[in-house]
Every structure is written in structure tokens, then in C-alpha cells.
Design a protein around this ligand. Structure first.
Ligand code: NDP
Length: 484
């Protein structure tokens, strides 16, 4: 079976499974704090072999008709579907996610690759597109060409799913790839290598190298053989990757952090608003780039909304993913647990008004569990109001006018997502137009279909994933101007 120890320990380079040549790294189950496997880190030499394989495979892969690349991609999704149960179980064990969330990750990955397989077929028809202008004796047409071999550096919060957002458009465009999963959650992302093998993808088109960011990730982001690095993770690592890419003017795609607001107006349906606020910061235990950790409530409904939110907090069932009825798991790693509990400590030092939670979940002897936490009347100057926490921590402030709500919503270095809750459609449109964020939700839960766009304003990143914009991110535009 696909998730066997053999695959778990190895890299996939040029169509071969082989162990990395570096240190042995244990992979931890965050519910038990026990190892569930290990892998051997990939050195810069092995990263170089993977990039060379991707470079060698590029001419033939990019020359295939889009329809043939689409066939391979659909065989890959068939391989994932055939191993769905094992992948879901691994996602639960390695990330601590509830089954429903683990399933959503893997199903979402398959849907995304299938969506981009359709786009690969359409690409053939988009070649030789004439450009309309009026200079006598001239005519021009564009060609769309794949960028070349590309590298992905992946996070641990949505393994497989975030990779699919990069892999789908890259393979569809005709790029070859080298994938570096997060060291925290390497196994389901390494399965992309197995899916490539089962689909009969030509050797070198898809390679997987495992290792830590500072060793394997740094070797990948500075490798001159790649034409693009697509990265999802923290803003600070994004800056390091941008600097490494500057050396040989690589393209970059950066999907970085966020501190997304949810704005609840005085005319909102408060049951809906409470549900959206809680879902927005509890999904995946709050470890989402788009977590709506900044709740802005109109002063007239603040008390009622807070009461409803507290009720929903009481319904949360913390537990390991195999606990019946659990709704929230542990944080994914010890460093993330230390970070979130560190913010709870800072909140105490800052004297924040904590309505519920505020500490470690002491009922668990093992596992990285924290209490779902709610702070109200958080001052603007608070670190918890301004910094990305990446845990189940909601901070609330009130506002007195629409303009104030918009100004506070935008008062952050980030701009990934925002949620608006109002029954007034014209207000929803007006506010959406003024918020600086890449994806705005009005009166709905966060959903990210592959047809939409994903990516941020300001320090939330550069470029857009998904939809036609995601595909463009792996294509070069070439104009051919001739006599005519
Ligand atoms: P990082 O941004 O450090 O890690 C993300 C990826 O980058 C991992 O694959 C990591 O490797 C790799 N990496 C780290 N350093 C380098 C480097 N110098 N060169 C190339 N690659 C590198 O995130 P963390 O895991 O440390 O999480 C810290 C915080 O980042 C979170 O608390 C959260 O705020 C934010 N974050 C945001 C995400 C998002 O969806 N936008 C996703 C994950 C985190 P490795 O893990 O193997 O070291």
C-alpha cells in the first residue's frame, strides 16, 4: 500500500525512491507526542539531483499536448482516490485534525488537480492568440509557454491541499516540479511521488525531497536551475525565500500570513455572525492563514454577540481525532503549541480581558492541546490584536461607524481575507470594495473552490493561486510580431 514505511522514509527523485543522505528526523503525532515515523533529510547535493531531474524532464513534458498532460493528472487523482482512507488516517494522525477536516483536505486536493487537468486541455486552444492593433505591415500573436522547472516549499497546516494548488497549475502549464513538504507533516505530501509513479508520469516530472527548511528548503530556494519558487508559510520565511530567489531573478509566488478581520454590523443576523466568527478561528484549531482572529463588532450588538459566541465555545469538544464527537484537535506541533501558549502568556502580561479559555488544556496529559480562547475589548496596541497567532484564539473590539470598521479592518500589515456580516446588501458591497484583502466573504463560511482566487494584499503575499490566475503564475507570455 501507498503509505508504507518504505515510501514514508524516502524521497522520490527522477522516478526512484531513495532515502535522503542527511540526518534522521522523527515525525510526531501531536495527539500522543509519539513518533509515527521518520525520514532522512535531503542534502544540497540530493536537492541538486532532483532539480537536474526536473530540468532534464522539462523539454519532453512541456512539449506534450495539454490533453496528454491532463490524462496523467487524472491518473494521479485516481491513485489518490484509491488510497483515500489511508491518506485521511495519516492526515488525522500527523496533523491532529478531525476526520471531516482531514477528508476535506484530501478530497479538495483531488478536486483541484482535476480542475487544472481541464485547464491543461484548454491551453492547446489558447496558443497563437492574435493581438488586435493597427500598425500597417505588422501583426502579432501571443504564445503561452511554461516557466520551466519549479520548486514548491510547503507548510504543515494543510498538507496535500496546498500542494495541489501549486501542482495542478504547474503540471497543467507544462512545468516540472520539485516538492519540499514541511518537515512536520511530510508523509501525505510525499504521496504525490507515489501518485506520480502509479500514474506513470515520466521520470523527473515530479520529484519530492524531504528535509528541514534551513537545509533542504534553503538549497531549493537558492538553486539556479529552478525558474520559480512557490511558497506557503510565514511572512518571515517568505522574505528569506524572496531574497534567495533574487540572486538569479527567479519568479516567486508567496502565500504568507494573515490577521483577517470579521466585521459584524448592527443589522447582522447574530446567530450567523457568532457561528462564522467561531468557525473562522476554530477550523483546523485556528491554524489557517485566513483565520478570522480579529472580530470587529458594532458597539450596539457587542454584548449579545459575545454571549452567543460563548455558547458556541461551550459546545467545542477537544479531543484526539479518534475520539467520538470531538470537534477540535491539538495544535500540529510542539513549536506551534509553544507559540500559541506564549501568546496566552503575553495576554496575561498585557492584562487582556479573557472571557473564556486562556491557557493550556490541562485535562490532557499528553498532546498539544490548548483551550479555545476569547479576549474582549482588546486594545489596538495589543500584540494579540496585531500578530498572527495561528491557534484557536479570538480577539474582539467594537466600533461605532462603518468607516471606523473599515479603517480598523485594514489597519494591519496583512491582507489575505476578510468576512463581512450584514443584512444590508449595499453595505456589503461598499465595505467589500474598501477592504484590502484578496478574498472577501459576506455572510458565508470560508470556502475556497479551485475556480476562485487565493492570495493576499500587502505582506500576505505576492501573486494569486487557483483559477486562471493560478495557471498564469506558471506561464510565460511570448509575443511573436511578424510582417503582415
Ligand atoms: P515557516 O514559514 O518557517 O515554514 C513553512 C515552510 O518553509 C516549511 O516547509 C519550512 O520547512 C520552510 N522553510 C523554513 N525556513 C526556510 C528557509 N530559510 N528557506 C526555505 N524554506 C524554509 O513556518 P513555521 O512552520 O515555522 O510556522 C511559523 C508560523 O508561520 C505559524 O505559526 C504561522 O503563523 C505561519 N504559517 C503560515 C502558513 C500559511 O498558511 N500562510 C502555513 C504555516 C505557517 P520546515 O518546516 O521543514 O522547517
Amino acid at each position: 500500500m501507498g503509505m508504507s514505511d518504505v515510501i514514508m522514509e524516502k524521497n522520490y527523485i527522477n522516478g526512484q525512491w531513495q532515502a535522503g543522505d542527511g540526518e534522521t528526523i522523527a515525525v510526531i503525532n501531536p495527539s500522543t507526542e509519539k513518533p509515527i515515523g521518520h525520514f532522512h533529510e535531503t542534502s544540497a547535493d540530493d536537492v541538486d539531483r532532483a532539480v537536474t531531474a526536473a530540468c532534464d524532464a522539462f523539454p519532453a513534458w512541456s512539449a506534450l499536448p495539454g490533453a496528454e498532460r491532463a490524462n496523467y493528472m487524472r491518473k494521479m487523482t485516481a491513485a489518490i482516490r484509491a488510497n483515500m482512507d489511508d491518506l485521511v488516517v495519516m492526515q488525522m494522525a500527523n496533523c491532529g485534525k478531525p476526520r471531516s477536516e482531514a477528508e476535506a483536505d484530501i478530497v479538495g486536493s483531488v478536486d483541484c488537480i482535476d480542475y487544472f487537468a481541464d485547464r491543461a486541455e484548454e491551453l492547446d486552444a489558447r496558443q497563437q492568440t492574435p493581438i488586435d492593433y493597427d500598425i500597417p505591415g505588422y501583426r502579432s500573436a501571443t504564445r503561452l509557454e511554461p516557466m520551466g522547472p519549479v520548486g514548491f516549499i510547503l507548510p504543515w497546516n494543510f498538507p496535500m491541499k496546498i500542494c495541489s494548488w501549486k501542482l495542478g497549475p504547474a503540471l497543467a502549464a507544462g512545468c516540472t516540479v520539485v516538492i519540499k513538504p514541511s518537515e512536520v507533516t511530510p508523509f501525505t505530501d510525499t504521496f504525490w511521488g507515489k501518485a506520480a509513479e502509479l500514474a506513470g508520469l515520466p521520470a523527473g516530472v515530479l520529484n519530492v525531497v524531504n528535509g528541514r527548511g534551513a537545509i533542504t528548503g534553503a538549497a531549493l530556494s537558492s538553486h539556479p536551475g529552478l525558474r520559480k519558487i512557490s511558497f506557503t508559510g510565514s511572512t518571515s520565511t517568505g522574505k528569506a525565500i524572496m531574497q534567495a530567489a533574487a540572486e538569479d531573478v527567479k519568479n516567486i509566488g508567496l502565500e504568507l500570513g494573515g490577521k483577517s478581520p470579521i466585521l459584524v454590523f448592527e443589522d447582522a443576523d447574530l446567530d450567523l455572525a457568532a457561528r462564522l466568527a467561531v468557525e473562522g478561528v476554530f477550523y483546523n484549531s485556528g491554524q489557517c492563514c485566513n483565520a478570522t482572529g480579529r472580530l470587529l463588532a458594532h458597539e450596539s450588538i457587542k454584548e449579545d454577540l459575545t454571549t452567543k459566541i460563548e455558547e458556541l465555545y461551550k459546545a467545542v469538544v477537544l479531543g484526539t481525532p479518534d475520539t467520538p464527537g470531538m470537534t477540535m484537535g491539538p495544535l500540529a506541533s510542539k513549536p506551534q503549541y509553544d507559540k500559541v501558549t506564549g501568546y496566552q502568556d503575553i495576554a496575561r502580561e498585557e492584562g487582556l480581558n479573557c472571557l473564556t479559555g486562556g491557557g493550556r488544556a490541562v485535562q490532557f496529559n499528553t498532546g498539544y492541546f490548548v483551550e479555545p480562547t476569547l479576549y474582549t475589548d482588546v486594545p489596538k496596541s495589543s500584540r494579540l490584536w496585531n500578530e498572527e497567532i495561528f491557534g484557536p484564539v479570538l480577539c474582539l473590539r467594537s466600533f461605532s461607524s462603518e468607516n471606523e470598521a473599515i479603517a480598523e479592518g485594514n489597519d494591519t500589515e496583512y491582507g489575505l481575507a476578510a468576512t463581512i456580516v450584514t443584512e444590508d446588501e449595499s453595505r456589503a458591497e461598499r465595505v467589500a470594495a474598501q477592504l484590502d484583502a484578496g478574498h472577501i466573504y459576506t455572510n458565508v463560511s470560508v470556502a475556497i473552490p479551485p475556480e476562485t482566487s487565493w492570495g493576499g494584499f500587502k505582506q500576505s503575499g505576492i501573486g494569486r493561486e487557483l483559477g486562471p490566475w493560478g495557471l498564469s503564475g506558471f506561464l510565460e507570455v511570448k509575443t511573436v510580431t511578424s510582417r503582415g
